[in-house]
Ligand binder design. Sequence first.
Ligand code: BGC
Length: 296
Amino acid sequence: MDTLGFDIGGTDVKAGRMGPNGEVREETRFSTPVDQPPEELVSQIANAVRKLGSSLPVGVACAGIIRARDGFVAASPNLPQLRGFPLRSALEQELSRAVAVLNDANAFVLAEVRTGAGRGFHDVIGLTIGTGVGGGIVLQGKLHTGRSGYGGELGHVILDASGRLCACGNRGCLEALVCRAAILEEYAAQGGRNAADPETVAHRAAAGESAAIRTWDAIGARLGLGLGSLANIFDPELFIVGGGISKANELLLKPARVTLEDAALAPTDQLPEVRVAELSNAAGWIGAAAQAREIE
Ligand code: BGC
């Protein structure tokens, strides 16, 4: 049977219909309603369900700290309107059926391990870099989210206690140092001309502009510090870096590997590989659609 997946991010909601073997049948997206009550988001998802295949099982991935047991959103740094919202029960009421709800980055890493860059690996750490930075931990083939499901928030690992303010309220989180906004700030600090988005900074770096190259070197170095710390904790086989920012590819990953090597304690020849995601921006909804198969 086909299933539907949704990925609620800080900027937009990506969605699609997936076939039984992971085939992408249809994809769509709409802007995340901000400054509106969460019920508006729920009703927009329900509308999209009607268009994509109203009777199919639904999985929803959401940026935020989500209680696994009942899909309650305890906090969501980039979607503050969802704080304390019973997302799963609201969706179930609106759609009159059981719905699977999970963290967006957890959905991303599940999808990448099943059908993307992590195929064949068992110990994988995934990071998605965009408006926020999400994390997913797969150990021995299984997603690890801790006692209540709140774990795996790797974007909020603190790298610099006096660093840039994070959307979560702490300072110097990995997210605060490498997210979209941080890249644009770094580019301005490096003397870069106006850039509306990190993609522009990536194009300029690829064209040889030195402020843009220095920006990716600085952002990559910060990412590598985070990866090095995570390598020291988990000793994974592979890091997968996804989200919109991962399109910068080696501009980001090359400097990241350098600081990863410096920060990690394991022998250099045994450090994890670092790859960009294969499913790009679709991984979140694909992982959610896969999770919809687990609904009993
Ligand atoms: C949130 C995560 C989410 C990530 C990416 C972070 O700010 O804390 O739950 O996975 O952004 O959307």
